[in-house]
Write a protein that binds this ligand. Structure first.
Ligand SMILES: [Zn+2]
Length: 121
């Protein structure tokens, strides 16, 4: 009996799957259990260890929506200070030109600063 590459491949696969030498010998045919064991040892085959589960893919981080839906009419340059009555542009925000890098106009930056200062005091 020749150990053709195909038979070695079958042996390797079945051995890794955990079949007994007798079962593998039966599947291959024309080979004894001892021959299977001998070949497996010569090939230094490893009994199949349980394949580790791949780590779970982390859920994508869902960015929290901003607290107020400002709508498509709100431009990035608009002051976001909310107003009781519809202000400019018919929106419930101030809508004045905001300060660079700030969501509020100069007036409302000052107002919120004063308010915070008053709250802190
Ligand atoms: Zn404003």
């Amino acid at each position: 009996m020749q150990w053709t590459p195909e038979r070695v491949e079958v042996l390797t696969r079945l051995w890794a799957e955990g079949l007994s030498a007798r079962q593998i010998a039966a599947k291959l045919g024309g080979v004894t259990r001892n021959a299977v064991i001998g070949k497996a040892h010569r090939l230094n085959l490893q009994r199949g260890a349980p394949v580790p589960e791949p780590p779970p893919i982390p859920e994508p981080v869902i960015r929290e929506e901003p607290p107020v839906a400002l709508g498509p009419d709100v431009k990035s340059w608009m002051c976001r200070q909310q107003t009781e009555e519809p202000g400019r542009h018919g929106l419930h925000i101030c809508g004045k030109t905001a300060q660079p890098g700030r969501p509020y106009c100069a007036e409302h930056i000052t107002a919120s600063y004063v308010q915070r200062k008053r709250t802190a005091a």
